[in-house]
Every structure is written in C-alpha cells, then in structure tokens.
Design a protein around this ligand. Sequence first.
Ligand SMILES: Nc1ncnc2c1ncn2[C@@H]1O[C@H](COP(=O)(O)OP(=O)(O)O)[C@@H](O)[C@H]1O
Ligand SMILES: [Mg+2]
Length: 383
Amino acid sequence: MRPHDHTLIRDIDVFDHTYLPEYFNHRDAQLRELAYLIDPALQGGSPGSAILRGPPGTGKTTAVRRVFAEIEKISRNESARELVPVYVNCRQSHTLIAVYRCIATRLLGYMPPSRYLEDIRDGIAARLQEKDANLIVCLDDADYLIAAGTYNTLLYQLLRLYERWEDLRGAGIFAVTNDLRLNLYAEADCAVRSVFYPTEITFSPYTTAEIREILGDRVRQGLYPGVVPAGVLDLVAKVTADIRDIRTGIDLVRAATTRAGAEGRRRVTRRDVLDVVSGVKSPVLAARTAALTSGERALLYRLAEQSLSGDDAMMAGTVFEEVQEYLAVGKTTYHARLRRLADAGIIDLLWTRRGHEVFLRYPPGEIFSACARAGDRAPAGMG
Ligand SMILES: Nc1ncnc2c1ncn2[C@@H]1O[C@H](COP(=O)(O)OP(=O)(O)O)[C@@H](O)[C@H]1O
Ligand SMILES: [Mg+2]
C-alpha cells in the first residue's frame, strides 16, 4: 500500500510551491514576449532582455522556468546555436560570487571549486567560448540584488561580457520583481542603461474565473476524483481572489483536503475550507506586513484601531483627521501610504459618493499581531 492510499491525495508534489504545472494558461501574451526576446539568440544573435513585474503569485517565475525548459529542449537540437539559460534565485544568491557560482554550476555541471570571483568568471567565459554559446540569466526577485548593492555591477558585467572576452556576446537578462513600487530600469545606472534595453512584461493578478480554472487543474492532478466538489472549489477561488495570491489557493486546497482526510471523509466540505482559511492566510499577512515601511505599518495599525472604534464606514478623509496627532504626516503622504496598503493587498480602497472608503481584508486582531511581529509594538508613526 502506498503511503497516501488512505488519504485523498494522489500526488502531494502538485501542491508544492515549486511544482512546475502541467497546464499554464492565461499567460500566453507574456510567454510570447519572452519567446520573442529569445528567438534571435537561437538563430545565433544576442538574446534580448526583459523586466518582469507583477504581484506575488502571478506566474512570473513559472513563466521563466517554462521558457527556460523550452530552450533546453531546443538547444539540444544540433541545428540551433547553443543558448544556455540560467535561473538565479536572488533571495538565496545575491552576492556577486553567489550569482556567478550559480551560473558556473549550471554551465560546468558542478560547483566551481575556486573561492575567487575572478577564477569563477574566467571559468564561465572559457566554457562559453568553448561551446560557442550565448547566455541568458534570469535574476528572480532582483530586489534582493538592489538591497545587497550588487544589481548594477552584475548587470554591467553580464551585459558586457564582450568587453573582457572579445568573442563572447552580451548575456540576456530577465530581471523579475514582485515589488510594484520598484522600477528595475530606473535602478540601473547610466553605464548599464546604455546596453540594457529591457522589454517590460506585466503580470496582472488573475481574475476569480482564472483562479478557479488554475486551481481546478491542480485539484484534478493532485487529488482523487470527486474529492473537491464544484461548489467548494468556487469558495476556494473566491477566498483566493480576495487575498490575491494563487499560492494561498493551492495551500487552502491542500490544508482543507488534509483536514477532511484526517476525519476519515472522502469529500472536502465548505466547512473544511472555512476552518483552515485563517491558518493559511496569516503567514501571508505576516509577510505583507513585514514588507511595509514602518510608516506604512503605523498607519495600518491605526486603521485597525479605527475599525474597532466605530460602527460607521471608515472614510479615508475622516480617518486622516483622527490619526493626525499620532502619525504627523501630510495628506499626500497619508494617501500614498493608503495606496501602498491597498497595493500590498491588506486593505481595499473603494471610491464612493462620500469619498474613499477603507476596508480591512484581515480582522483587526490579526493586523495588530502582524504589526507587533514585524517590530512595531507601539508605532511611533514616523519613518
Ligand atoms: N497560469 C498558471 N497556471 C497554473 N499554475 C500557475 C499559474 N500561475 C501561477 N501558478 C502557480 O502559482 C504558484 C505561484 O506562481 P509563481 O510563478 O511562483 O508566481 P510569481 O513568481 O509571480 O510569484 C506556483 O505554484 C505556480 O505553479
Ligand atoms: Mg516568483
């Protein structure tokens, strides 16, 4: 008997965040743009570059991984000039040496033995020369390179490989970010920009219908038939659309199924979903809160307080008057922060006849504890 026979799960890996899905719909336009940048390199020219931007869970990493897998397939075909795609997770690798190690490991098939950056770079160049290959590098979550101060150096060196090694071509760069405030092109300095002409590729949030379809595919692949009835899937899609991150939906399906299985049932119910929602949502809120500036968090904290203090609708203008003495910011900054909280998926701003109305997406109690965990127990209001 297989270990999961007594559960409802056919293939648990399908619910892993790094699982490469069999079906990848709703991203045709983005895939086409990426293919368009790569085509010239497969004909012997230089690959183009791109900046991929969109909120978390919109398929950016998956799109790149699919395109890269496709390149690997085509590149093995003798007729095409070799193009070597390298995926770098900058959350894990953000120093120069770490990024070059990733590239070298992919090219050589083993971790380069040297501890010296120059040796590793020479090794990469030698290998590219030997294979007569072009390089394309995905810098996923490139925000981490900016924080580490390595973004410009890396881009400069990779885009201008030919400066040091005449017979090499510049690499193509796919720089990816979840942070909608960050302009990865503007972050590049003049020297980089003179050779960096990225196509901007936008990944917008999925609609509820798209989410339902994506989760439906996952359910069919990962669970036994009939385990998640259509109505329950509708509910999961609705909750996921509210949180605006498809990962939450995948986690919800898995958690709700585990719960049903633990109680010996063959079918997931709406109750299962509702019972696991807060457990799945709270890490999302924690991550979003931690990514805010302390000033944005201070405002969030006050909004949660305000929401408890009255039964009336929370109007942005009224709240501004009431939090003035704590936050000591002008109207422009206040509205910019509100907008950021909305972009981060923590609040909703709805335009009504009376002005902007603020809605919290999470219960105030959860917001207080997320703010506390992020380090602002008693928000000072500045920052
Ligand atoms: N169009 C899609 N079809 C199927 N699965 C998807 C799709 N878009 C995203 N996913 C899944 O959602 C999760 C998050 O996607 P990911 O590419 O990591 O998003 P991002 O890099 O934008 O944060 C992954 O598990 C991925 O398989
Ligand atoms: Mg990603």
